[in-house]
Design a protein around this ligand. Structure first.
Ligand code: SIN
Ligand code: FE2
Length: 221
């Protein structure tokens, strides 16, 4: 089969839960991969956020990020006017970040394995909350000590258009639609590719409400 009909079939297959869509040499979207974990994951996420609530942070350039952040795990990614870095303490209260709940870690390790990265040992889970209009500009994840581990990104709530670029900021990014339960894994030769999120559209998600929450797992230390 070829032509537009074949493309339609290909897209439908790729978007089904369980579908694995390759977006780079060592990068995959695992459609709906987080769905079987959601019931365990949400109460744990709520506990984490009760201890370290979402807050908006300022970039070194002095801009307030539109996404609000929290973290769990041994290290949490933070930004302020002094720079981007990982810290073992939540700057809000100088207490350790909440521990990474088992369900979150297991989901991340399992998704990484599915994408060809066994032995993933995440020590940082950044939690981003996007309300409609919030976005994430193109950037590379490069505050981690070493890049041999992949990035595992779990999407919850409102859909998003994920921008998956190249190794230069100017490389034209692919647009990848991400839905509740989708997991993206990028690593190896793709580990330092630029990526971002287009402004989230207005909406109400039946489980998560009017927001998108993204969890990104990394080995930072
Ligand atoms: C990030 O790059 O930290 C977040 C990506 C996303 O929200 O999908
Ligand atoms: Fe990132």
């Amino acid at each position: 089969m070829s032509g537009p009909t074949a493309d339609l079939f290909a897209d439908a297959a790729l978007q089904q839960p369980g579908g694995r869509e390759q977006i780079g040499e060592e990068s995959y979207v695992l459609r709906g991969y987080a769905l079987p974990w959601i019931e365990r994951l949400l109460p744990e996420l709520r506990r984490v956020l009760a201890q370290s609530p979402f807050r908006q942070m300022v970039t070194p350039g002095g801009f307030t990020m539109s996404a609000a952040l929290s973290s769990c795990g041994d290290l949490g990614w933070t930004t302020d006017t002094r720079g981007y870095r990982y810290s073992p303490l939540d700057p809000r209260n100088q207490q350790p970040w909440p521990a990474m709940p088992d369900a979150l870690r297991q989901l991340a390790v399992s998704a990484a394995t599915e994408a060809g990265f066994s032995d993933f040992l995440p020590d940082a889970c950044l939690i981003n909350r996007y309300v409609p209009g919030a976005k994430m500009s193109l950037h590379q994840d490069k505050n981690e000590r070493c890049y041999s581990a992949p990035v595992v990104s779990v999407s919850l709530g409102l859909p998003a258009t994920f921008l998956f670029g190249g190794h230069q900021r100017a490389d034209k990014p692919q647009k990848v639609s991400l839905f509740h339960g989708d997991v993206v894994v990028w690593g190896g030769v793709d580990r330092l590719r630029f990526h971002g999120v287009m402004p989230i559209k207005e909406g109400e998600h039946p489980v998560m409400g009017p927001q998108r929450i993204n969890l990104t797992f990394r080995t930072a230390g």
